[in-house]
Design a protein around this ligand. Structure first.
Ligand code: NI
Length: 157
């Protein structure tokens, strides 16, 4: 496993639409391993392939319950609404309030190409929406109702 460089705000790759994964090979497995390691090292709860410079539909999420790997994920159901405080490893130090569905069902493939569905609520639903947005070139800043103020940021710490 190896750490990958996290692409930061201003890099065009963050605005591009990613291509589906077609080959479920050792290269994909290595990418998933590296993304999980990179996310953990950066204290993140999610990471999408464009954030490590690859336009591929690959996402990892770990809100503290273990790594979930999503290849070619799609949101197939969503319901409810929640206000979230969101940040992003590509936008260090910036946090905003977003509105997301409270519950989502994600259909995706695992690293071997096998399809699965995962239902999430609350924080994990937020993380799934945030990461899947990255695959479509959408960052959390275009979803924010407003950014947090300096004072609110202090209180987060
Ligand atoms: Ni992000």
């Amino acid at each position: 496993m190896a750490l990958r460089n996290i692409v930061k705000d201003g890099d065009e790759i963050l605005t591009k639409v990613c291509r589906p994964v077609e080959k479920f090979d050792a290269k994909l497995a290595a990418l998933l391993d590296d993304m999980a390691e990179t996310m953990h090292k950066a204290d993140g709860v999610g990471l999408a392939a464009p954030q490590v410079g690859l336009l591929r539909r690959v996402v990892v999420v770990d809100i503290g319950e273990g790594v979930i790997e999503f290849v070619n994920p799609e949101i197939t159901e969503q319901s409810g609404e929640q206000e979230c405080v969101e940040g992003c490893l590509s936008f260090p130090g910036e946090y905003g309030i977003t509105k997301r569905p409270y519950r989502v069902v994600v259909r995706a493939q695992d690293r071997n190409g096998k399809f699965f569905e995962l239902e999430s609520e609350g924080f994990r639903a937020d993380a799934c929406c945030h990461e899947i947005d990255h695959l479509n070139g959408i960052t959390f800043k275009s979803r924010t109702v407003r950014m947090l103020t300096q004072e609110e940021l202090e209180n987060l710490k």
